[in-house]
Design a protein around this ligand. Sequence first.
Ligand code: ADP
Ligand code: MG
Length: 480
Amino acid sequence: MDVNGKYEVVIGLEVHAQLQTQSKLFSGDSASFGAEPNTHISPITLGHPGTLPKTNKKAVEYAIMMGLVCHCEIERFNYFARKNYFYPDLPKGYQVSQHTTPICKGGWVFIKTKDAEKKVQLNRIHLEEDAGKSIHDADEDYTCIDLNRAGVPLIEIVTEPDMHSAEEAFQYVTEIRKLVRWIGVCDGNMEEGSLRCDANVSIRLKGETALGTKVEVKNLNSIRNVKKAIEYEIERMIAMVEKGETIIQQTRSFNADNDTTFAIRDKEEANDYRYFPEPDLTPFRLSEEFITGIQAKLPALPNELFEKYKLLGLNEYDAQQMCDEKATAAYFEQAISYSKNYKAIVNWMTGPLRQILNERGISFNELSITPKTLAGLVAIIEEGKVNFSVASLKILPVLLQSPAKEPLQVANELNLLQVSESADIENWVNEVLAKMPEKVVEYKKGKKGLIGLFVGEIKKVSKGKADPKAATQLLEEKLK
Ligand code: ADP
Ligand code: MG
């Protein structure tokens, strides 16, 4: 039975992204990751009596940036609320959040899957503070608490129940990670927890309009796990319904050891958070100037660049490669301001330069060779002064060591310049023809394809210095 054709899968994702601000959302404590436990804390983070929080303007700005790139409506009047619950890693006994009054409403994120593209509709993006961290594996008998993360600013990006396959969810989180990195609001590092995803999944019969009962798989810490958890849930739910069982609303967790999920609580046990407006923080109104100022500072987005690069004549694959990462796009943008040979620039960037980056584990912004130098390399090949293999095998390594040098200068110093002076070429041509008398006879009998062999041999004896065009011309004359 084709059960998969019988049901429709419905998925909504909640992504938490830690904002890359210097300080926390409501205090001056450092928001950076990886410090000694409990060193980035103060009475404010700990919620001691008599302390007053103050909203971090940068965090508000970052939330708006994300809202603008996701085409959201920006709420002008904002306030925070307390979400009350008890947990050891929540020192204040409540989390300050914007759960019901988000700073960004609606909007969409454009995604491409293997065979389609679509706009995933967003419900909202809101600001909130992170909780601390419970560490269960540091001590045998105790759970340890690290409050460095408590109060670090987060945005929560919530979609509508608008995705219908694990593949769409995978592409959506990939796109979100790319966007937050692109605009610099979050490092997107899922292993360190700066980006975390909860997946809400339900199924219903095809054609049904009402939503089915959902389960929420919490805290997925890699994009692959988002996909695997959803795939597992789909199978599990379909099997249940096929057996006549009822799906109950649950919160579940993913077990990465065997790619399954397990229940952590049922809906009936859900908390009552007793939300109320945070009395210690004044509501704030956003001015039009503040928002338009943020809009003006936003960089060109990957999708815009993709379209631009296709207009430049790049194929889809190359265009995609050039806007996969911000650093790559920035490098390409600069390089093409010096060279109109776009395809050659792409070939260098995806070929020899990419290889260097991979070997060193760095990105284009850390490469010693500047875009201008790359354009210079492309130019001397175009002008017939050196060929590609000489440029990539001999000149590139020198430029890597001495990035201040000009490609032409290096070619000169290493005596690599191709020679098109007729005297030199003629010597090489004569030498080669003398070496291969039988081939000359065959050529003259009509085996014109042998010209390639002669040119190849000339390249060899000239150590790559003979300009192949000039050599071919002279050969043709001599063999007439
Ligand atoms: P909750 O209050 O349980 O967090 P919300 O209504 O806030 O639920 O939705 C949380 C997320 O779950 C959103 O991304 C939403 O799109 C998604 N969602 C809600 N209902 C369903 C459903 N029946 N199936 C799949 N996803 C759903
Ligand atoms: Mg939820």
